[in-house]
Design a protein. Structure first.
Length: 239
């Protein structure tokens, strides 16, 4: 039996921990805007610190999960039904790109967060109500493609390149760019022009990554060239 592409679930504690990691302001250029984008009140966001619990955030999230319990269950039902119908089609697209089997990704449907990835395991988080936006399922597919390919690219790089060879920051940069200007804009849902990737430090790399991706012999060939390029031209601002 063919493995399914996505396995959806709801997890309040997991979203809380993910929000702590994403809102501590210690990684990428747009971290300072995330609290507003996630609908987290400023007074609560100001209390979030790296590697520390935040009771105010936990209380806020618990109240929201209680208030939107029915809507979250509805989202869970929708996603399971939609991807039962369309998962095989997208799994084939992913595996054609990767050149290997795409593992089943567990997907946390989040109440507040727009989306984030686990770099080391096939587990991602996506906004539960993406499918209700005007573009409907297109928005939902975009986020799932983006986050799962970001994660899978990171995992594939780490199979051959430990952190001592290329650090997490630069590996993230390659993975983010691959998911957006490579996979999404080229093979899954081709776009014309440069989509605003949302990270100012990655903009100078967009053209080169697209060039390497489009001229690849296979995905492994692309990753090796992308790693080589980033080692010669590393991201600035964080070791």
């Amino acid at each position: 039996m063919t493995k399914k592409l996505f396995d959806f679930y709801i997890d309040e504690r997991g979203e809380y921990q993910g929000l702590l990691a994403m809102l501590n302001g210690d990684f990428t250029s747009n971290a300072q805007y995330r609290a507003e984008g996630y609908g987290i009140p400023n007074d609560i966001a100001a209390q979030i610190r790296a590697d520390a619990e935040c009771p105010a955030l936990a209380t806020f999230l618990k109240q929201r999960y209680r208030e939107y319990h029915a809507e979250l269950r509805q989202s869970l039902r929708f996603h399971k039904k939609f991807w039962k119908q369309h998962g095989a089609e997208y799994k084939e697209k992913f595996e054609k790109i990767l050149g290997h089997e795409m593992p089943t990704y567990t997907v946390r449907l989040a109440l507040q967060a727009s989306g984030f990835s686990n770099w080391h395991d096939p587990d991602i988080t996506c906004y539960a109500f993406e499918y209700l936006r005007p573009y409907k399922t297109g928005h939902m597919i975009l986020t799932l493609v983006w986050e799962s390919m970001l994660s899978q690219t990171f995992i594939d790089i780490r199979k051959k390149h430990p952190e001592s060879d290329i650090d997490d920051y630069n590996t993230w940069g390659i993975s983010e760019l691959t998911a957006v200007v490579g996979v999404y804009q080229t093979d899954i849902s081709p776009q014309s022009g440069d989509w605003d990737i949302g990270y100012s430090e990655l903009v100078p790399y967009q053209k080169k990554i697209r060039e390497l991706y489009r001229n690849r012999k296979n995905f492994d060939d692309y990753l090796e060239k992308a790693v080589k390029y980033f080692k010669k031209n590393p991201l600035k601002g964080k070791k």
